[in-house]
Design a protein around this ligand. Structure first.
Ligand SMILES: Nc1ccn([C@@H]2O[C@H](COP(=O)(O)OP(=O)(O)OP(=O)(O)O)[C@@H](O)[C@H]2O)c(=O)n1
Ligand SMILES: C[C@](O)(CO)[C@H](O)COP(=O)(O)O
Length: 223
């Protein structure tokens, strides 16, 4: 089974509010996209990175020397579109090969989680890392509040692992059916493929707001 990775890094990072694309923001002198690619390079030698169309050269420079064959391609206007573009770059892989789809915005997901995901897709079409919910959770905020059973809830992280045939098919059908989702595994599940969950990790937290970045800066800049 061949294994490749797609890193989604084409977002602007509007909620972070920096004057450069979020994936190029450094922690300890290394850009988020390079951190993510370096971790992935320990399990795969082929990585496709989706980048903002006007920053391709900056991303190529930021990824120079990563220990894998890295291609940088212009992403789409949404995360879902960017993943579709990334998958199209892997057209030579066969349906049974595997792909890890990962957000540059989650640069520090430990490699142990990659191992759990790859093991899970030996028997499933897809696998996602899930972090247990620690707070009490309600729905219907501002209206009719309902308490949910948190033992059955989890926060979904990336990377998400797929048999490439399953995620390609799901993306193609979602585009045709006009289905929009916040992650790729939900598309795969929607089209009837088998989805497994594995334990996620707090270090896989997404950098969305300045305080997320500051928390990782405090943790990693002093090492
Ligand atoms: N058109 C897009 C939008 C997002 N992403 C990527 O998808 C991941 C998750 O998106 P998010 O954290 O929301 O990043 P941004 O879209 O950059 O952030 P914001 O919504 O604050 O602008 C990020 O690694 C981002 O670069 C992408 O590849 N293509
Ligand atoms: C894919 C994802 O990281 C899983 O939690 C998340 O859905 C991305 O959401 P965003 O709004 O595009 O950051």
């Amino acid at each position: 089974m061949n294994l490749a990775a797609v890193i989604t890094a084409a977002g602007s990072g509007s909620r972070l509010g920096r004057d450069l694309p979020k994936a190029l923001v450094p922690i300890d002198g290394v850009s988020l996209v390079r951190w993510a690619a370096s971790y992935l390079a320990s399990v795969t030698d082929r990585i496709v990175v989706t980048a903002p169309a006007d920053a391709i050269d900056d991303f190529v420079a930021a990824l120079d020397g990563v220990a894998a064959r890295v291609s940088v391609v212009p992403g789409g206007s949404s995360r879902q579109d960017s993943v579709a573009v990334g998958l199209a770059e892997l057209a030579d892989l066969s349906d049974d090969d595997a792909v890890l789809v990962h957000d540059a915005a989650r640069p520090f997901m430990p490699v142990a989680v990659f191992g759990r995901l790859l093991e899970a897709i030996e028997h499933h079409d897809a696998a996602i890392p899930v972090l247990a919910v620690v707070d009490t959770i309600v729905s219907g905020v501002g209206g009719e509040v309902e308490y949910l059973d948190r033992d059955r809830l989890g926060a979904v992280q990336t990377p998400q692992a797929f048999r490439i045939g399953a995620v390609r098919d799901a993306h193609k059908r979602a585009a045709a059916d006009g289905i929009v989702a916040t992650d790729d595994a939900s598309l795969v599940l929607h089209y009837g493929y088998r989805l497994a969950t594995v334990e996620g990790d707090p270090l896989g937290r997404k950098i969305t707001y300045p305080e997320d970045l500051e928390a990782f800066e405090r943790r990693f800049s002093s090492r």
